[in-house]
Write a protein that binds this ligand. Structure first.
Ligand SMILES: [Zn+2]
Ligand SMILES: [Zn+2]
Length: 204
């Protein structure tokens, strides 16, 4: 792992947090490393991450950069792209880290075929072994590569996302549960949570 700046111990902790080692997590570790080169770890809401995927990589980003859903400094845009933008609140600087295409040209066809078979549970024990090996070699490749080989980093094109506001909670007039004001819906003069609103609207 010649090019990794994250310690072996921290990598292991990240794998434990995620539950397994996989190429997606490895990309997240390396993207975090790149982000932390520019910004420090987000002990508070100083750093904000906007992630365009909800796959494995995001677990590494949460664990290593301190940008988490619970703190409100991790924002998910459901674009299905391995792109991660980090912003620093105090000066508004931002950087978008995009995973480069075609990082694994040699074994992609083989892995694609195996993956398709795996979804249908049709892998022979031999193929399972081969699949595992290919995935492991990808992790190795990602962990050992230079950051510039893996990612393209560009200044972020938008402003820093607004700070999470502490909003009032209201009581849904159908289920009686508390719900954040910004997530309520009004229908026929009543306040509803989203699932209750969906149910009432369907009936009418
Ligand atoms: Zn994973
Ligand atoms: Zn409700």
């Amino acid at each position: 792992m010649r090019n990794v700046a994250v310690s072996t111990d921290l990598i292991q902790q990240t794998i434990n947090f995620h539950g397994h080692s996989c190429p997606g997590l490895a990309f997240g570790i390396r993207a975090s490393e790149l982000a932390m080169r520019y910004f420090n770890r987000a002990s508070d809401e100083e750093i904000v991450a906007v992630v365009e995927t909800d796959m494995c990589a995001v677990d590494a980003i949460q664990f290593l950069t301190g940008c988490t859903f619970g703190k409100g400094n991790l924002i998910h845009l459901d674009y299905g792209k391995n792109a991660f933008t980090f912003y620093r609140r105090h000066d508004g600087k931002g950087m978008r880290i995009m995973t480069r295409p075609n990082i694994f040209p040699k074994d992609s066809d083989e892995l694609d075929t195996l993956q398709k078979k795996m979804i249908g549970n049709r892998l022979t024990p031999e193929e399972q072994k081969r699949y595992k090996k290919l995935m492991e070699s990808r992790v190795k490749h990602i962990m050992g590569a230079k950051l510039e080989e893996l990612f393209e980093a560009k200044p972020a094109n938008g402003p820093v996302p607004k700070k999470a506001r502490i909003l009032e909670s209201l009581i849904c007039q159908s289920c009686g549960e508390m719900v954040m004001e910004s997530r309520t819906r009004t229908f026929l003069g009543k306040t509803f949570c989203i699932p209750c609103f969906n149910a009432v609207e369907k009936k009418s």
